[in-house]
Design a protein around this ligand. Structure first.
Ligand code: DX5
Ligand code: ZN
Length: 209
């Protein structure tokens, strides 16, 4: 299992130190939650913040756009140093055009589905994307309860694509990981569990092992 700690849960006044810390403690990716206050009822941070952190680590940046009109912002996140850009199937854009745009920057393209969106909706795009992100909470906030009924979606996606990376996001911790490991999941996002842990290294290892 790979882990992608979410910067949403870090100490924002110490972002540089936080990113260096998780990089040295075994983060496989670094998850950046981008929220616009429209697609989700919360605002986080933008591409200038991502760019300012890029020089501090070589760990790939896994950017999760929870925004309307994601196609308008691909260029700036690509130039900020994203290695994967994931946007939402439910957002108002031309999905195939947006995937193509991401790939034109030589970046991996991901597509995400909210809890109320059935897995079947993502199937037509599996040949075009590199990663499928299954939300296991309603997007917008960290620290919510894990929705275990979302895990079946990983099986449906895997049955339709052997190679795609399957990532889950929301409510991952030392308990919920036991259930998650029974499913074809490649990457777990974890925010609160990692950054609020008494021992971050131990928290990261408990997801990875
Ligand atoms: C939710 C975000 C998640 C969030 C996860 O909208 O997409 O990435 O940071 O936070 P935890 O791990 O605290 O549930
Ligand atoms: Zn996320």
């Amino acid at each position: 299992m790979k882990i992608s700690p979410s910067m949403l849960a870090c100490d924002f006044s110490q972002m540089g130190n936080e990113i260096k810390k998780i990089s040295s403690l075994g983060a496989d990716y670094i998850h950046m939650d981008i929220m616009d206050g429209n697609f989700v009822p919360n605002i986080s941070f933008g591409s200038d913040v991502v760019k300012s952190l890029r020089g501090l680590t070589t760990v790939p940046f896994d950017v999760h756009l929870m925004i309307d009109s994601p196609h308008k912002y691909i260029k700036q996140f690509a130039e900020a140093g994203a290695n994967i850009i994931t946007f939402h199937l439910e957002s108002n854009c031309n999905i195939l055009e947006t995937i193509k745009l991401i790939k034109s920057y030589n970046i991996k393209a991901g597509l995400s589905i909210k809890p109320n969106t059935p897995a079947e909706k993502i199937i037509p795009y599996l040949n075009d994307i590199d990663l499928a992100l299954i939300m296991t909470v309603e997007p917008g906030f960290g620290g919510q309860k894990f929705m275990r009924n979302q895990l079946e979606k990983s099986k449906t996606i895997r049955e339709n694509s052997k190679n795609i990376l399957i990532e889950i996001d929301g409510g991952v911790n030392g308990e919920t990981i036991k259930e998650i490991k029974k499913y074809p999941v490649d990457i777990c996002v974890a925010g609160t569990y990692v950054f609020k842990a008494p021992d971050i290294k131990e928290a990261i290892n408990s997801i990875k092992l």
